[in-house]
Design a binder for this molecule. Structure first.
Ligand code: SF4
Ligand code: SF4
Length: 462
């Protein structure tokens, strides 16, 4: 039997209202303190800290960020991402069969972390509705290659659709991952969330950028570390991360606290285990090390601190072609809160959606493909001259070193931007996306730097 075609019979889906009144739930003074919502603290911090809020509206910020990254590369005479991939022998940036369906079901969050690439906060109101969630479930059923459903946000658990999606995916036999900020487990109204996750054998992937309070609170907000430790203890008490509790996976995520790369994953995992076990008696399965992507709130902080060029230089200098085959965009489809489809969550935040090229005329499609090939040849030629030691992988002598790189890049992106974004309502199966070219740009250097970076940590063993 095709496990994805089975009909889900689970009907007792508990839907959690997104906003619940913040009311004390017990009489014990100490435990009540930690049960109060984090939202008022987060909002107060956002008032005091302008980095937490975009200074211009989202679309304008995205455009400015692209220009800033581009300027940083131009100023340093560094190559474009796609050209670097070609010159370094990275396999073609094309989609393979989709194995993971990643759902970003909303941008509302009880935190407003300084590095957040989706710029979530309690002020965001964008949330996936039920019709879109249903369309996602339909795709789970019709796409037999899917192995896991990765649910993220925002704080995804605070969306009404979270428990519906979890139970439907589990009924179809799929692995479910909850990208959990931990503090949400202590939010009023979420008292039954840990038990719900355990009952459905949901893998919890939780951010904890340090095993000490200072760095965590600096990056994620006042009081977040204490609440995170409390939440981890709650999960351990249910068997998460503990030996003998097969199926209850608890994985932690580290990301750097500034403009530097994640260290070696295996060594840091050992340090985390020793510290968390020794200091708090906390157990977990694995630590995923992620690089900070030069987009959104982190890009904003880089620009404010005059570090964008330095960070882009670091990413380019740390380019690791071995990370190329494992790029998560090859086998993951990312769905936005409004149902639009993307190669990854980062592209989602940059409005680089998958586009419907079927509506283009034959001539337009031919021009688009021709432009792309020319762009690739030009950039591959130029990168060999910019980066010493990289062998010339093309024989395109006719394409001179002074070709207008930026113009070609813009041309290669112009046609898809004018076409309609694909959504979950437009396709019958995720298999339709196989073979498509991945929409890359210079932020992608973040995924190829050092040991590589993906939603499951380093792409290359370190
Ligand atoms: S990084 Fe995660 S927890 Fe922090 S604001 Fe963004 S979505 Fe929320
Ligand atoms: S940022 Fe670029 S390289 Fe990284 S997953 Fe997305 S499309 Fe792929």
């Amino acid at each position: 039997m095709n496990m994805h075609s089975s009909v889900c019979t689970l009907t007792s889906v508990s839907l959690t209202p997104r906003f619940r009144p913040v009311t004390p739930r017990c009489n014990q003074q100490n435990s009540c303190a930690v049960r109060e919502s984090l939202v008022p603290t987060t909002l107060k911090e956002m008032e005091d800290n302008p980095v937490a809020e975009p200074i211009v509206k989202q679309s304008e910020m995205t455009r400015l960020e692209r220009i800033q990254r581009q300027r940083a590369l131009d100023k340093l005479s560094l190559p474009q991402f796609e050209a670097m991939c070609q010159a370094q022998g990275v396999p073609d940036l094309c989609r393979s069969a989709t194995k993971t369906l990643q759902l970003n079901i909303g941008l509302y969050c009880n935190q407003a972390c300084t590095h957040c690439h989706v710029e979530s906060s309690p002020k965001r109101t964008e949330m996936m509705d039920h019709a879109t969630a249903e369309a996602c479930v339909r795709l789970m059923r019709s796409s037999p290659g899917i192995l896991s459903v990765d649910i993220t946000g925002g704080a995804p658990e605070l969306n009404d659709q979270f428990r519906y999606l979890v139970t439907q995916a589990r009924c179809l036999g799929l692995e479910v991952i909850d990208r959990c900020n931990l503090t949400v487990l202590l939010e009023p109204g979420q008292e039954d969330l840990p038990a719900f996750l355990a009952a459905n054998k949901v893998q919890v992937v939780a951010s904890l950028p340090c095993y000490g309070p200072t760095n965590v609170d600096k990056q994620r907000g006042a009081g977040v570390f204490d609440r995170s430790i409390e939440a981890l203890k709650m999960l351990n008490a249910l068997g998460y991360g503990c030996s003998g509790s097969e199926g209850l996976q608890l994985n932690l995520v580290y990301n750097p606290g500034g403009a530097f790369l994640a260290p070696a994953q295996a060594a840091l995992e050992a340090a985390y285990r020793e510290e968390l076990r020794g200091l708090y008696g906390i157990e977990f399965n694995h630590l995923y090390c992620l690089n900070n992507m030069p987009i959104k709130r982190f890009a904003d902080s880089l620009v404010r601190q005059g570090q964008m060029e330095q960070y882009m230089q670091l990413l380019v200098n740390s380019f690791n072609p071995q990370a190329g085959p494992g790029l998560m965009c090859r086998d993951t489809v990312s769905v936005g809160w409004d149902g639009r489809l993307y190669d990854c969550d980062f592209n989602q935040q940059l409005d680089m959606s998958l586009t419907d090229v079927s509506g283009l005329s034959t001539i337009s499609t031919a021009i688009f493909e021709s432009d792309r090939r020319i762009s690739q040849r030009q950039t591959a030629t130029e990168v060999t001259e910019i980066v010493p030691g990289i062998p010339n992988t093309t024989n395109e002598e006719d394409l001179g070193p002074n070709s207008n790189l930026l113009k070609s890049i813009h041309r290669s992106q112009a046609v898809p931007d004018q076409t309609k974004s694909l959504t979950v309502f437009d396709i019958a199966s995720l298999a339709e996306l196989e073979g498509r070219r991945i929409r890359s740009d210079n932020h992608c250097y973040g995924c190829m730097a050092g040991s590589g970076s993906s939603c499951t940590g380093a792409a290359v063993a370190s």
